[in-house]
Design a protein around this ligand. Structure first.
Ligand code: AMP
Length: 218
């Protein structure tokens, strides 16, 4: 089963994708995490992507789709995945449909997590990410037990470069211009489920799982 999570930056896609992937036994495939991983390893792709990430702009479709094709070609994601951050443009949505069709697959569900814009800015400004493995916290809404340190691996919590206020505003604009059409793309296909994201983390997870279950039964 292939599930696409959609939503503005700060809507909670990453947090929810991890939980949904665990509950459903599917790998979590995050395009942002893959780019950051390339950046850390200093690959050519990472160096190219970094220029876009630091400005809050999208990495070109061809580069992004090729990276996802490679990831979905790995054995763990043959039968399904929870996709987080991809597709982000309509050409990427078409590329995804094409590459899943090659393995006789398809997107089964697209879940839009909706959060009002003023809440997004607040969430991104307080977001902290652990240095080692990218575990995500919020200074107020989801604080670590010990300030500044990851509960899971003890590494320092840092602020993402692209969570600075000016870059955040650019990312939200980019979402409205380039990713909104993806929401409409899946709506037209009858695959879109909309979830209220301005609730506690556990409740949002339950709502997503409930929506997926309804579709399975329906
Ligand atoms: P995220 O971790 O999902 O917030 O993504 C961080 C950044 O990675 C974005 O602001 C983009 O620069 C880049 N990125 C992630 N996913 C995509 C995508 N599907 N297409 C283009 N750029 C992306």
């Amino acid at each position: 089963m292939f599930i696409v999570l959609l939503g503005a930056p700060g809507a909670g896609k990453g947090t929810q994708a991890k939980r949904v992937s665990q509950r459903m036994g599917l790998p979590h495939v995050s395009s942002g995490d893959l780019f950051r991983e390339h950046e850390r390893r200093g690959t050519e792709l990472g160096q190219e992507a970094q220029r876009y990430l630091s400005r809050g702009e999208l990495v070109p479709d061809s580069v992004t789709s090729a990276m996802i094709r490679e990831r979905l070609g790995q054995p763990d994601s043959r039968d399904g995945a929870v996709l987080d951050g991809f597709p982000r443009t309509e050409p990427q949505a078409q590329a995804l449909a094409g590459l899943l069709a090659e393995v006789k697959g398809q997107v089964d569900h697209a879940v839009l997590i909706r959060v009002p814009e003023d809440r997004l800015v607040e969430r991104l400004a307080g977001r902290r990410v652990c240095e080692n493995q990218g575990h995500v916290y919020h200074v107020t809404f989801n604080p670590p037990r010990q300030p500044g340190l990851c509960d899971q691996d003890g590494s320092p919590l840092l602020q993402r470069e692209d969570d600075q206020p000016e870059t955040v505003r650019r990312r939200i604009r980019v979402y409205e211009e380039q990713t909104r059409p993806v929401v409409e793309f899946y709506r037209r296909l009858g695959l879109l489920r909309e979830i209220e994201g301005d609730q506690g983390i556990d409740q949002v997870t339950e709502d997503i799982l409930h929506a997926l279950q309804l579709e399975v039964e329906g």
